[in-house]
Design a protein around this ligand. Structure first.
Ligand code: NAD
Length: 287
């Protein structure tokens, strides 16, 4: 498949694209026949989870979604958390439901996640949803995977017939990205930390999605000129100047000289993921 030859990659602006999605969500919520609500369960007092919940509340408010946070005290066990999830499943006013992580030590996160009613599971963490993604049925797809594919599509590349390499195969990112790309009828290579000669695969790729969590993993020599490169990684590193900063998996400056399109970190997949969560919340409410 032909790819664009350029001197420097065009940046895929996740912030602007995410904002456009949010604008359309706000319109859908305003015109909706029923209130759109997102209920979240937060167990304990993890600082990052608290911050995430606070941000989520204001993000929801911006588009008119009602956000309800259910706090469960530190030290809660499986039964208490499961009981709350099951209660919210049956509450007709609750249209979307998610669980903040981490859960307390000893509580099986996947077991709790699989209790979330699939039609309210806006993070797509119930295995029933990924099953539906595989079968191409209506489903709520994990938001980061949706974001990655949305950003690829924004470039206008035709996915049908394209060669795609997905780096990383977690249940929440790599696997659903690979399935979505398969559904778009591209040829997909799913790779992981045991893949021999990753570069041999990526050099053939029209699209690379990296979700490994390894800074500097994708180098310019691994990228075919003109390819679309989507960087899902979020890594905190200490730069040469001694300052802490956030980088992705891709050697941004180097790959920018080879790729046709590239997502920045921050400002790429992150803001689009937030937009996809809101879209899932609206889809769940208005299905
Ligand atoms: P994970 O640790 O669950 O999975 C990592 C995957 O990468 C595994 O399949 C592993 O085999 C593979 N991998 C690791 N090193 C590799 C290597 N050298 N070569 C090839 N494959 C390799 O991680 P995850 O939850 O999927 O997250 C991946 C990255 O994406 C992390 O940096 C995470 O912070 C980030 N993330 C970003 C968002 C977002 O909204 N932007 C959301 C979720 C995760």
């Amino acid at each position: 498949m032909e790819t664009r030859t350029v001197t420097q990659a065009q940046l895929i602006d996740g912030k602007a694209l995410g904002q456009a999605v949010r604008d359309s969500i706000a319109k859908r919520v305003a015109e909706a026949a029923r209130p759109v609500r997102l209920d979240a369960v937060l167990v304990g007092s993890d600082r990052s989870a608290e911050l995430y919940a606070r941000n989520q509340e204001s993000t929801c408010a911006d588009v008119g979604i009602k956000y309800v946070l259910h706090r469960i005290p530190d030290g809660a066990g499986y039964d208490e958390i499961a009981g709350r999830v099951l209660l919210l499943n049956t509450d007709e006013d609750v249209t979307g439901l998610m669980l903040h992580l981490p859960l307390p030590d000893g509580v099986d996160t996947e077991r709790i996640q699989s209790l979330i009613a699939p039609e309210k599971d806006i993070e797509g963490v119930n295995p029933a949803n990924i099953g539906n993604v595989v079968y191409g049925r209506r489903s709520l797809v994990p938001c980061t995977a949706l974001a990655a594919v949305e950003l690829i599509e924004s470039t206008g590349i035709q996915l049908k017939g394209a060669r795609c390499v997905v780096i990383g195969a977690s249940n929440i990112v790599g696997k659903p990205v690979a399935v979505l790309l398969m559904r778009a009828e591209s040829t997909v290579v799913s790779t992981n930390k045991f893949t021999p000669d990753l570069a041999a695969a990526t050099r053939e790729a029209d699209v690379i999605v990296s979700a490994a969590g390894v800074p500097g993993l994708v180098t310019p020599a691994m990228v075919k000129p003109g390819a679309v490169v989507v960087d899902v990684g979020i890594n905190r590193i200490v730069g040469d100047d001694g300052k802490r900063r956030t980088v992705g998996d891709v050697d941004f400056d180097g790959v920018r000289e080879v790729a046709g399109w590239l997502t920045p970190v921050p400002g790429g997949v992150g803001p689009m993921t937030v937009a996809m969560l809101l879209r899932n919340a609206v889809d769940a409410a208005l299905a």
